[in-house]
Design a binder for this molecule. Structure first.
Ligand SMILES: *Cc1c(COP(=O)(O)O)cnc(C)c1O
Length: 370
């Protein structure tokens, strides 16, 4: 059996007429860049997140970059974040000229450990950027309390967490600003690149809206130097068609995840755990292998049998060649480094069938006992 890690085709086929109509609508209007589809989606997505504003941008990376700029973060500033994330989190901090300051993770949730944040704060710290990894919100109450005490901004990297909740409140409304990616495989994904900055702060929303579009205030007048980081009309129309289905897809992911939890209970692996007051959306279903198990062998076996698996992420940011200049050695963030060696993501999406899931588990069992 072939079970891909993600199956975008299955989701498309389930709502094909809606997607096709949305795309055709944009073509009929030839409203390809920005326009009413973008404005309409921005309103709908802000409301979905429980926030006042959403500003559509070119990608999740652009959202992180522009949010940092809009909060006035730049050269000489430090931003505290996790090393156990996708590269773009650190990259955006570096691209605005600031320095990413890493703080190790909690070994149960894989998210930034709030207990370690204060020790990393210096007079240059301007913001904390928690990542809601795998779709589970970071522990925001202690993070926000620390930020308030030290006068810091909190910018969520919510690229994996569309629709997740922390104490009932959605990701996107848990800090000062939040950054989303609509990369095709994200919980809410378009058919190309896309992203959004979500905030309750009108100044931040206005600043991101200006920066994404060359600092423009009118067609020919540019207030400041900006960027070409706009969201396309076709992408916005697709996102608008998909948004009403997001809660059902996330519920489907949670159901599939619960089924994995049961099926994997007897295997020597650690299944995902979440804080009792969070509702995760399982962007990834990521298990942890026992210490000493050769993950490469397991991955090879699964792939050879047609099971798509991923590793999120094998190299923590501080050990990436691009971050050699930070001069952080192996051992600097031991929990992130240990988890990076042991995590393994299994296929997960609302359309995954019982049969496919049983096959994944049987193949994993085989691999573990080989
Ligand atoms: C996907 C992702 C990003 C980047 O989003 P793009 O749309 O690919 O630029 C940033 N941070 C995290 C945690 C992500 O998963």
């Amino acid at each position: 059996m072939n079970v891909p890690l993600v199956d975008l085709k299955a989701q498309y086929l389930s709502i094909k007429p809606e997607i096709d109509a949305a795309i055709q609508r944009v073509i009929d209007k030839t409203s390809f860049i920005m326009g009413d589809e973008v404005a309409r989606f921005e309103q709908a997505f802000a409301a979905y997140c429980g926030a006042k504003y959403a500003v559509g941008v070119a990608s999740g990376t652009a959202a992180l970059f522009l949010a940092l700029l809009a909060h006035g973060i730049g050269p000489g500033d430090e931003v505290i974040t996790t090393p156990f994330t996708f590269f773009a989190t650190g990259e955006a901090i570096s691209q605005v000229g600031a320095k990413p300051v890493f703080v190790d993770i909690d070994p149960v949730t894989y998210n930034i450990d709030p207990n370690r944040i204060e020790a990393a704060i210096t007079s240059s710290t301007k913001a904390i950027m928690p990542v809601h990894l795998y779709g589970q919100p970071a522990d925001m109450d202690p993070i926000n309390a620390i930020a308030e005490k030290h006068g810091l901004m909190v910018i969520e990297d919510a690229a994996q967490a569309h629709g997740s909740r922390y104490k009932g409140q959605r990701a996107g409304s848990l800090g000062h600003s939040a950054c989303f990616s609509f990369y095709p495989s994200k919980n809410l994904g378009c058919y190309g690149d896309g992203g959004a900055v979500v905030t309750n702060d009108p100044k931040v929303a206005e600043s991101v809206a200006k920066l994404r579009n060359h600092g423009r205030v009118t067609k020919y007048e540019h207030d400041e130097l900006g960027y070409g980081h706009r969201l396309d009309g076709i992408q916005a129309a697709i996102l608008g068609a998909k948004l009403p289905h997001l809660d059902a897809w996330n519920a489907g992911r949670r159901e599939r995840a619960a089924r994995y939890d049961e099926l994997l209970a007897d295997l020597p692996v650690t299944t995902p755990e979440h804080l009792p007051y969070t509702e995760p959306v399982y962007h990834c279903y990521t298990i942890r292998l026992e210490e000493g198990v050769d993950r490469d062998v397991i991955v090879r076996h699964l792939k050879a049998q047609g099971v798509g698996v991923g590793v999120h992420y094998p190299i923590p940011l501080h050990l990436q060649p691009a971050y050699r200049f930070l001069e952080l050695e192996p051992g600097a963030f031991p929990i992130s480094e240990a988890m990076a060696k042991r995590v393994l993501s299994l296929p997960l999406y609302a359309e995954l069938t019982d049969e496919q899931q049983d096959d994944v588990v049987a193949t994993l069992k085989e691999a573990l006992s080989a």
